[in-house]
Write a protein that binds this ligand. Structure first.
Ligand code: GLC
Length: 420
């Protein structure tokens, strides 16, 4: 009995600490994922070593030929900031096993091979310079380490590989000042958190970085879920959808322009994550020298301009719109307490009607024109009038109406036309 009560108290304390640690992250909403490693030189996806069965000794040569230009991370960070992103997550080591920082765990690292610099240090400096929060991606799976596969069967190899893994993580958590996010990936070939010693490893991480946020890919739930290439709200917990820009995480110059998400599609992603109370981590795969592909620039610049005008519908503490508001034919919602934002990507004309609202509307304003909007509310019809004939959003054709309610809004439509 006493134990159960103690556990409940510990759980409640852990929840409070989590809420404190994650407040900034929930409000930030939008981050940049960066996949950069030796694979950029081949330009055929970050899984190229595995998918083309490139022998380790042949692939290793890429570590000597890699010569990034000077401090490309400043370009990423500037682009992230100008696009309305608030944090970055960079691959410190991807599945290929090449460490981008100056590590004592292996010579297969950026300081000792081709780049001859600590690329993680440069990344951290760039994030700080541009006022962005800092995330480290770390792949548990390792195709280069001699024990990376055999650790599954050989206990001695497993011990060595865990020591290597924990050594890498310890360095990353010790040598670069405050780190905001630890983003693990692919827990192959060990199948359980016990085999990975994840609880112990993450306890070490939290001792070194008490404010850090950890994702769920060390096979423990930790702080947030990571739906990949889909935007799906997770119930009862924090989540972040990670999305490629063009179908590949790593640099892939032969992807046709049409494979890249449009600015409008990125803004629609932001609507979906915000409506579900989640975050969006949108990826870029820089070229071998570290340049951001032009397609990313072209698409992100308008997103930044769009967010400069409509940001209040995205950033900050939100409520899940799905829980109280329904779907409509010309747009969708995001929600903050008594304020709902109606994002309309299909502007139907000078009069826009929303059915089913059960809560009294106090005011309507257009985030695009900055003006009040006239409206009448009769029974469950909200009729907004005197609007422009064409969408007032010239950036992506997604305009936002801000609707203030007398209380938390509720909308009831349902399939029938008569409310019974
Ligand atoms: C997958 C892929 C990996 C990528 C990651 C990002 O797990 O294996 O290449 O880094 O998704 O979420």
């Amino acid at each position: 009995m006493a134990n159960a009560a103690m556990e409940r108290r510990e759980d409640a304390a852990a929840e409070r600490s989590r809420a404190r640690r994650m407040a900034w992250w929930h409000e930030a909403r939008f981050g940049m994922f960066v996949h950069w490693g030796l694979y950029a030189q081949l330009g055929r996806h970050e899984w190229v070593m595995n998918r083309e069965r490139i022998p380790v000794t042949e692939y290793e040569r890429l570590s000597d030929t890699w010569k990034p230009k000077e401090r490309p991370m400043r370009e990423w960070a500037r682009l992230a900031r100008d696009s309305g992103m608030k944090y970055l997550v960079m691959t410190t080591k991807h599945h290929e096993g090449f460490c981008l920082w100056d590590t004592a765990q292996t010579d297969y690292n950026a300081a000792k091979r081709g780049p001859a610099r600590d690329l993680v240090r440069e990344y951290v400096d760039a994030c700080r310079e541009f006022g962005l929060r800092i995330g480290f991606y770390y792949s548990l799976m390792d195709w280069h380490h001699p024990d990376g596969a055999r650790c599954a069967k050989d206990p001695k190899a497993r011990r060595r590989f865990l020591d290597f893994t924990q050594g890498c993580v310890r360095e990353l958590m010790s040598n670069y000042g405050t780190i905001d996010i630890l983003w693990y990936d692919v827990a192959w070939p060990l199948k359980t958190p016990e085999r990975w010693e994840s609880a112990r490893m993450n306890a070490m991480v939290r001792r070194l970085q008490p404010g850090i946020i950890i994702n769920n890919r060390s096979l423990l739930p930790e702080d947030f879920g990571t739906p990949e290439e889909r935007i799906a709200a997770e119930e009862g917990r924090a989540w972040e959808a990670c999305m490629t820009f063009n179908g590949s995480w790593g640099y892939f110059p032969s992807a046709p322009d049409s494979d890249w998400h449009s600015s409008r599609a990125v803004i629609e992603m932001l609507q979906k994550v915000t409506a579900g109370g989640g975050n969006l981590l949108l990826n870029i795969g820089p070229s071998p020298d570290g340049s951001v592909p032009r397609q990313a620039y072209q698409r992100l610049a308008p997103v930044g301009r769009w967010l400069a005008r409509h940001g209040e519908a995205v950033y900050g503490k939100v409520d899940r719109a799905y829980d109280s508001l329904d779907w409509l034919v010309h747009g969708s919602w995001t929600l903050k307490g008594k304020t709902a934002y109606y994002w309309t990507g299909r502007w139907v004309g000078s009069e826009i009607v929303i059915g089913g609202l059960q809560t009294k509307v106090r005011s309507v304003a257009s985030l695009d024109t900055g003006r009040e909007v006239s409206f009448t509310q009769t029974k469950d019809r909200l009729v907004m009038t005197g609007l422009p004939d064409r969408s007032p959003d010239r950036i992506a054709g997604i305009a936002v109406l801000k609707i203030e309610f007398a209380g938390p809004p509720r909308q009831v439509l349902g399939p029938g036309c008569v409310v019974i």
